[in-house]
Ligand binder design. Structure first.
Ligand code: SF4
Ligand code: SF4
Length: 133
């Protein structure tokens, strides 16, 4: 992935840089997928995210709902025998999708005040981490 003139390769490099993870260490063992609590709602399995990154097919990821379904629970990273932090990769993908749009996916002003009083603060912080640039 040396060709920075190619937008897909550039995006691939940026996801690797932002996540700090080496996609090529993945051996497709599937332990991440087997432990993921929300895998049934994903259109791409966690291990497939790594597979498409290894193949340089970043577009598949940018159009997938999997990075948004990911709950950032870190189970996959704890199970990975290659110490790959998949949650950070998901986060990097989400950031790359949001940034070109020039907007956050969640605007604080759109959240009803009643909801703000009910939702645990930890959940709110997690949501902003997930849905904002
Ligand atoms: S961090 Fe995301 S992909 Fe990994 S196990 Fe949790 S929900 Fe699944
Ligand atoms: S557990 Fe690690 S090595 Fe195995 S498929 Fe998942 S990311 Fe790849």
């Amino acid at each position: 992935m040396q060709n920075q003139g190619n937008p897909v390769k550039k995006l691939h490099s940026e996801i690797m840089e932002r996540s700090g993870q080496d996609f090529y260490k993945c051996i497709q063992c599937g332990k991440c997928t087997a432990g993921c609590p929300v895998v049934s709602a994903m259109d791409l399995l966690p291990r497939e995210v790594l597979l498409y990154l290894q193949m340089g097919q970043v577009e598949k990821l940018m159009n997938s709902k999997t990075p948004w379904i990911c709950a950032s629970c870190f189970t996959c990273g704890a199970r990975c025998i290659k110490d790959i932090d998949l949650a950070r990769i998901m986060e990097a993908i989400r950031a790359k999708i949001l940034r070109p749009r020039g907007a956050n996916a969640l605007s604080p002003g759109e959240i009803p005040k009643e909801l703000l009083q009910k939702v645990p603060q930890q959940a709110l912080v997690s949501s902003f981490r997930k849905y904002t640039r």
